[in-house]
Design a binder for this molecule. Structure first.
Ligand SMILES: [Mg+2]
Length: 127
């Protein structure tokens, strides 16, 4: 499965890239803000986008709505350390497949399993 990885923290991107590749996913693109994410999305047409909420320039919520304008069926999984109910509601209304809590630790089997299952489910929702 081809994944686009978006987070303004280089550390998070690097760490998730390693984790995803170990889990057997292919990371086709990486971006650090919403503008880069949109460009990468249009270039790579990923099977699923893993999208951080809090980023400079264009945040994940705005980026999510723009991705959905480009492709209403595109599976997008939101990623955030903050579990704000209003933000989660808004993202789900905009069509996010799911919401994952950071950090995702490569030493935690529960985190790895949750990440893997969430991405698989998000991609499988596409008709
Ligand atoms: Mg962030």
């Amino acid at each position: 499965m081809r994944v686009l990885l978006v987070d303004d923290s280089k550390f998070v991107v690097k760490s998730l890239q390693t984790i995803l590749e170990q889990l057997g996913f292919e990371v086709v693109g990486m971006a650090s803000d919403g503008h880069e994410a949109l460009a990468q999305f249009q270039e790579h047409h990923p099977d699923v986008t893993l999208l951080d909420v809090t980023m400079p320039n264009m945040d994940g919520v705005e980026c999510l709505s723009r991705i959905k304008e480009l492709d209403a069926d595109a599976p997008v999984v939101m990623l955030s350390a903050i579990q704000d109910p209003d933000t989660i509601d808004k993202c789900l209304q905009l069509g996010a497949a799911s919401f994952l809590k950071k950090p995702i630790k490569k030493t935690s089997p529960a985190d790895l399993s949750r990440l893997s299952c969430t991405l698989e489910e998000a991609a499988a929702k596409v008709v």
